[in-house]
Design a protein around this ligand. Structure first.
Ligand SMILES: *[C@@H]1O[C@H](CO)[C@@H](O)[C@H](O)[C@H]1NC(C)=O
Ligand SMILES: *[C@@H]1O[C@H](CO)[C@@H](O)[C@H](O)[C@H]1NC(C)=O
Ligand SMILES: *[C@@H]1O[C@H](CO)[C@@H](O)[C@H](O)[C@H]1NC(C)=O
Length: 547
């Protein structure tokens, strides 16, 4: 034993930073019902990337619920290629052409630590964010997580934008394909993860932003407990106004008009025509749904499907689902950061139409036109008057009679945070505490990154954005939209979060801990129990209303 260890140390010294990958290492080969696949040895972890869980959602399978992958491999499948980006109109691709990715993209990617103190690992399944429009598994780095060596990570790729969410609101084109993909991927993980050393009884599902909202929507399925034992929604939940939206039918027909289907007579005709177009045409059409910059940021998103739709994922308003008590009874945590909406408000500081004015200045004249798109009530108000009254009220409530300027940007950013993230977090938690039976936890994070998503979007360092969307999550999963350099306090927080995930996925009794703090359950509680996490540490607090 000692001898083996000695040789190992020697070979490490010998090779310096690089390492010898043993091609005969049995852990590189995994046997699945489809056949064998070969992963990669990355030194301190193994990876098995781009493993298909569904048939290619192309041709006749476009705009359909995913079909489980049934092909047999005659040769060893090469699982060393990083997951492709699902075809998208990407907010973070510079320039006018924002098209990126491929239509054939339904895979999971699995990362397994090398940790001799365990022969099997709990599993964290990950749904990436990106407004249901963009983002990718590959943009959520796993080096921090693998360094800690505590769990197997599985990243899920799912259809986005029009390909994932176009809907006519009837059974011809019901929508929610991206959510159906996620669910099929979760079923795949449950069935197959043991072959990779994962513990199928210890699966935690997590996601950020649209990924967090997806996690919540998955949990609202009554049989969710069969797929995972716990879940966390970081800065995104099913009640956020940009998640389940109305008006999808109009947008689906508009999409048809843009790509040359004319005025389709009905949904079946429209669907047939949309299937005949190239995927790039359909996704490029997203640019026509943006009124400027990337506004509204989620023109295609989840919908409520008619109850007669085949393979329907969601047929009731999420609020009603929670009130019915018929959802997955597993421990769930929902979170926000103090200025989440900085991600969305930051673009107001951009130049407006190369005019030398900021969008913010222009907003003074266009508030009634733009606010319903910026804040997602365009399709939820019944009349124009109702919409205008609401626009007037929220402006008055947050900035009073002042004109918009960098001087009151902060107040406007608070409006974005409240509407897009925070108030719906409180609503969700409130409903879960009244109607849920399993623990509902919450935390708020306040510790600004030095260079987070708002600074990256605006290239401005002179504005105080506070703690913005992703300032917590990107400490766990490295992301290009924030500075990779972590401060010493962030290193500690990163490790605490990773331990939190590992412990939650293993917990027998649904207990959730961060550092020394044990989360308090909200179910049945009179006040909101919120764990406050910042640079100094953590503290349990109670509130009647979110701070
Ligand atoms: C390995 O797993 C054990 C048990 O979960 C854990 O305590 C340890 O931190 C892990 N990491 C490494 C690098 O050994
Ligand atoms: C943006 O600027 C161009 C050129 O100055 C102008 O033609 C166009 O109408 C402007 N767009 C809007 C939406 O005001
Ligand atoms: C958000 O919630 C707070 C506290 O309940 C409330 O004062 C505020 O008006 C809400 N904001 C909006 C835009 O609904």
């Amino acid at each position: 034993m000692n001898c083996v260890r000695f040789i190992f140390v020697l070979s490490c010294l010998w090779l310096g930073d690089s390492f010898a990958s043993d091609p005969d290492d049995p852990l590189l080969l995994v046997e699945l019902p489809q056949g064998k696949l070969r992963g990669r040895d990355n030194g301190n972890y193994y990876s098995y990337e781009s493993v298909p869980y569904a048939e290619s959602p192309t041709g006749e399978l476009r705009f359909e619920a995913p079909k489980a992958y049934k092909q047999k491999w005659s040769e060893t499948y090469d699982a060393t290629q990083p997951p492709v980006v699902c075809l998208q109109w990407d907010q973070f691709t510079q320039g006018d052409n924002k098209l990126a990715g491929e239509e054939d993209c339904l895979t999971v990617s699995i990362y397994r630590p090398k940790n001799s103190s365990r022969s099997s690992f709990p599993v964290v399944a990950h749904i990436h964010g990106g407004a249901f429009m963009f983002g990718a598994a590959s943009q959520n780095g796993h080096e921090n997580v693998m360094r800690e060596g505590k769990f197997i990570l599985v990243k899920i790729s799912y259809r986005l934008g029009p390909l994932g969410f176009a809907s006519t609101g009837d059974s011809d084109l019901p929508g929610n394909y991206g959510l159906k993909d996620q669910r099929l991927a979760l079923q795949w993980i449950k069935q197959n993860i043991a072959s990779f050393g994962g513990e199928p009884e210890n699966i935690l599902l997590i996601g950020h932003s649209a990924g967090g909202a997806s996690v919540h929507l998955q949990l609202l399925r009554e049989d969710f407990a069969q797929l995972a034992k716990a879940a966390i929604s970081f800065s995104g939940n099913a009640l956020d106004p940009w998640v389940v939206q109305g008006g999808a039918r109009g947008r689906a027909f508009e999409l048809g008009r843009i790509v040359g289907c004319g005025l389709a007579a009905d949904s079946a005709v429209l669907k047939k025509c949309l299937k005949s177009k190239t995927a790039s045409e359909l996704v490029t059409a997203v640019r026509n749904f943006l009124i400027f910059s990337y506004v509204p940021f989620a023109p295609f998103s989840p919908v409520i499907e008619p109850s007669d739709a085949q393979d329907a994922f969601l047929t009731q308003d999420p609020r009603e689902v929670i009130e019915s008590g018929k959802f997955g009874q597993v421990p769930w945590a929902v979170t926000y950061v103090t200025e989440d909406g900085g991600y969305n408000a930051a673009l107001l500081l951009e130049d407006w139409n190369k005019s030398g004015k900021t969008v913010l200045e222009e907003l003074n004249d266009r508030w009634f036109d733009w606010a319903p798109y910026l804040l997602f009530y365009r399709d939820s108000k019944k009349t124009i008057k109702e919409m205008d009254d609401y626009s007037r009220k929220i402006r008055q409530d947050y900035v009073g009679n002042q004109r918009f300027s960098t001087g009151n940007y902060w107040e406007l950013q608070q409006l974005f945070t409240d509407i897009l993230f925070k108030n719906s977090t409180q609503d969700s938690l409130d409903l879960h505490r009244k109607y849920g039976k399993s623990p509902a936890y919450a935390f708020v994070y306040d510790n600004p990154a030095d260079r987070g998503i708002a600074q990256v979007l605006t290239s401005r360092r002179d504005v105080n954005f506070g703690t913005v969307h992703g300032d917590d999550y990107f400490l766990i999963f490295e992301n290009v939209v924030r500075d990779p350099q972590l401060r010493p306090d962030e290193e500690i927080i990163s490790r605490n979060f990773i331990n939190m995930l590992a412990d939650f996925s293993l917990s027998e009794n649904g207990i959730l801990k961060y550092g020394e703090c044990v989360f308090e359950d909200n179910v049945g509680s009179e006040k909101f129990n919120l764990l406050s996490i910042d640079r100094e540490g953590c503290e349990n607090k109670k509130f009647v209303e979110f701070p």
